[in-house]
Ligand binder design. Sequence first.
Ligand code: UDP
Length: 474
Amino acid sequence: METGYSDPTRSSEAISHLLLVPHPAQGHVAPFMKLAYRLADCQVKVTLVTTEFIYARMMKSMKPTFVAGMQTLPEMGEEQQLVRIIPFPDGLEPDDVRRDAAAMSQSIYRVMPGYLEDLIKTVNQQEGNQKIACVVADVSCGWALEIAAKLGLKGAVFFTASPGILPMTLQISKFLESGIINTDGTPRRNENIELSANLPPLSPAELFWNCPGNPSLQNRMFAFVPTIYQILKSCKWVLCNWFNELEPSVTDLLPNIVTIGPILANGKPSGNFWLEDFSCLSWLDRQTPKSVIYAAFGSSSMFSQHQLNELALGLELTGKPFLWVVRPDLIDGNFAEFPEGFTERVANRGKIVEWAPQEQVLAHPSVACYLTHCGWNSTMEGLSMGVPLLCWPYFGDQFYNKTCICEGWKIGLWLKGDEKGIVSRQEMKKKVDELLSSVVIRENVLKMKELAEKSGRAGGSSSRNLEEFVKQIV
Ligand code: UDP
């Protein structure tokens, strides 16, 4: 196997080499890519493996200079020479739909372990002093940890969701025994659940496997909890996109938790599946400071056409400039259609893009607040840039993230849906006004930004933890 990766300047020097295995979805590949660059900053060589399908998407949306850097290692920055991506087939046919996470995981499980094992063996024969010492896998890629163990390598998990949901996983037997949930994960009582010392109580609707209206997905997610539990318990390191100052008791949940967040791209490639539209940055340059609502809902949230109309009209009703990310697949099976006359009416103050350079947008001085689905990466990015959050959770951990944001750290407000779950335009206007006039939220947001920055700086808690981890895997 051609590994296409050598750096003659390092030939006599043994360095650590890690293999990263993210689940093939945007909210997983992106933080893994960011982790790759953070590790490269610590002089660690990184090989990230993903599926050919995802690789092709990433290469299409990456800047050509970075693609060249990945493949041929020319005179790029030192740390960029330390990162490469290797694609494997995912076992599906070219035309198969890849949105079905369960089908995708099954197929990957069938074919990828073989490729991974071959890769590790080949690399460790060819790259004498740069052998892969450790596999860092997503919690949904436990098979990669089994291969690491089989080949005598170290294994670590990188948990990309919010560690706020770890207590739900770790206390699953308690939930069952005390009758908090049924054997299918459905809550039995409408009572809040205390999770840990300082995190807010969890309402039963916020159990991360809870998928009202989609029992088969709920069953699959709930059935996976014991596997997550086993992996978390048995792995020596569980790297988390979290920082101690956010809530120190998270590290008491398990002795192996290593907080290394916020994991940010800081201008490096972050494995986007869509092409970032940089025109929104020059558009932001033309807006007044702290005036713009940034609305983006991650990579997999979906809206009904009715809800999208209400959202559009809500943005219009706020009377404020807005930057709105409307992914081509934001509406299930269709292209989004805007309400009649909407684009003309907001032409002077609305900018719509398919995918934004999100970190740069959030760091832009014109941004006033972030209307978010509360995905964990997006939450950490908003929190790190000191932007007040308007929460519109959609799935999984996002519901409890919303509670941590609004009731725990008090850095945002929640948009409530009506009895049919629809968030009205009036609710949006009301909450935007409330959020932007709240002195308490503004102060908390700035404090949080400072804590996040401090933890990531040299000598900060997350930097020290990452360095310590790197020392241990050599
Ligand atoms: N993102 C981006 N541009 C966009 C929207 C999102 O780069 O226009 C990135 C965002 O910065 C984050 C990731 O996509 O790193 C989304 O991950 P998250 O965990 O927030 O949500 P998910 O996509 O998993 O629902």
